[in-house]
Design a protein around this ligand. Structure first.
Ligand code: FAD
Length: 443
């Protein structure tokens, strides 16, 4: 049995490790076109901000360590073609410039996503960056050293994490967002302003409703031209979204889903026998709506990889789907969501209702207590939980989103949440935790 894996970060390496454990005899080969495998891309903004010492600290296992575990890792090897009928892949050794053909019995596409670069961002100007991987991080770090004015384009979670990081490095930061508010895809409008206000408190100049038209500069960027005027900048980060890397899948005759990512069944199998797909390049099923979604995040990527690894090695594992849980921190604020927002529920035509509760994250009389806001959304009539959004001034406080995330997978109601026997002591929560108060109001 020869298992070939394309992409060696979260999904690819989880699959390789799992397949190795499940089938000691299988030959497992991982190709990655990059220099690094098995690292936490999620930590990149924190290296830039100085909270993590070095990009190398993000690496969980080196290629040598993976090889010692019986997994053949070949970095700087790009898979350029798949012949599904012959069960082979074409591999370009980027260092030697040589192309070989490699056979497989099982093939996993774990190719991730690429940062979207709008036409105005397709430039050779120095100082213009995206952030997807360690080389991007190193390039950004090199620019930060000589920069004074940064302009971040995009108010999603990566843009917001980087805003804090670049402020921590002493740069002035302008954040441009095309939509009416930042964090627009994560939160209902009622909560978005709190995120913008926190950025402004942190010294970020946030400009919403602004469309970028181009960049200025010769050799090195000097500014961002927008429909609201010129923003001077010697460092520009483009964080306007991602697109799944599906070229190989397409070439192999693998079906894509409505989201544009690879369509798979719960075993991570594509429509082509022997070819699997997992991670950011792959869509999944939303457990609340039962619809196909493309939510490229770390835990689902690792979990899909694990499932694919077991199945490629002859086992039987199933991916349960996602509920759209996400969390980030910007300055002091923690922001989290799971399930559906009211806006998303309305778009789906659900009869949803939301309640808002503002309280303290632990007992109000305790010295460390800070404000927390919970918006809980449920189905009118049935009381079924649909989602939650949390914003807390103590950023760790919003991790309680996990309680709702776990319940959403079981089609629980607000009454079920209210009945939950949550942990309580004054340094951790109020006796009636803010989630319980919200559930009480919803049911
Ligand atoms: P990737 O990590 O993209 O890896 C795919 C690999 O495939 C790449 O190394 C690429 O070189 C390789 N590849 C692609 N095509 C080929 C080819 N043809 N031949 C050979 N190799 C190929 N998620 C969270 O849940 N929480 C967070 O806080 C969070 N923060 C993030 C912050 C940043 C800055 C970034 C960039 C991502 C963050 N994520 C976060 C997302 C998370 O990192 C991804 O979900 C995860 O890395 C996906 O893993 P993957 O293996 O599917 O894809």
């Amino acid at each position: 049995m020869r298992i070939v894996i394309v992409g060696g970060v979260a999904a690819g390496m989880s699959a390789a490790s799992r397949a190795r454990r499940f089938s000691p005899d299988a030959q497992i080969v991982v190709f990655d076109r990059g220099e690094f495998v098995s690292y936490g891309a999620c930590g990149l903004p924190y290296v830039i901000g100085g909270e993590v010492g070095d990009f190398g600290d993000l690496v969980a296992r080196t290629p040598e360590q993976m090889r010692a575990r019986g997994i053949g890792v070949r970095t700087r090897h790009e898979v350029t073609g798949v012949d599904a009928r012959a069960a082979t892949v074409t591999v370009l050794d980027r260092e030697a410039g040589r192309t070989t053909t490699e056979p497989f019995d099982r093939l996993l596409l774990a190719t991730g996503v690429s940062a979207v670069r709008p036409a105005w961002a397709q430039t050779d100007l120095g100082g213009v960056h995206v952030l997807r991987d360690i080389p991007d991080g190193r390039a950004l770090e090199a620019s930060v050293a000589g920069a004074r004015r940064a302009c971040i384009v995009g108010g999603g979670y990566i843009g917001l994490e980087l805003a804090e990081a670049l402020r921590a490095r002493g740069l002035s930061v302008v954040l441009l967002e095309r939509g009416p508010e930042v964090a627009g895809r994560m939160l209902d409008p009622q909560l978005q302003a709190q995120v913008r206000e926190e950025l402004e408190r942190g010294g970020v100049d946030v400009r919403c409703g602004v469309t970028v038209e181009g960049l200025t500069g010769t050799g090195h960027v000097t500014g961002v031209q927008t429909d609201a005027g010129l923003v001077r900048a010697d460092l520009v980060v483009v964080a306007v979204g991602v697109k799944p890397n599906v070229e190989l899948a397409r070439a192999a005759g693998v079906r894509l889903g409505k989201t544009g990512a690879v369509a798979v069944n719960a075993r991570q199998e594509t429509n082509v026998p022997g070819i699997y797909s997992a991670g950011d390049n792959t869509q999944s099923t939303h457990r609340v709506t039962r619809r196909s979604v493309h939510i490229p995040l770390g835990l689902p990527a690792n979990r899909m990889g694990r499932v694919a690894g077991v199945n490629m090695a002859g086992g039987n594992a199933r991916f349960p789907g996602v509920v759209g849980t996400g969390i980030f921190k910007t300055f002091e604020l923690g922001v989290a969501r799971t399930g559906l927002t009211q806006t998303e529920a309305d778009e789906l035509g659900l009869n949803a209702v939301s309640v808002d509760v503002t309280s303290t994250d632990h007992a109000g009389y305790h010295s460390g207590s800070r404000p927390i806001h919970v918006r809980l959304t449920g189905e009118r009539g049935t009381g079924r939980l649909l989602g939650a959004q949390l914003i807390g001034r103590n950023h760790l406080s919003v991790k309680r989103v996990d309680v709702v995330a776990a319940l959403l997978g079981t089609r629980a109601t607000a009454q079920d949440l209210f009945d939950a026997d949550l942990a309580y002591a004054p340094p951790f929560s109020g006796v009636w935790d803010v989630l319980l108060v919200a559930a009480d109001r919803l049911h």
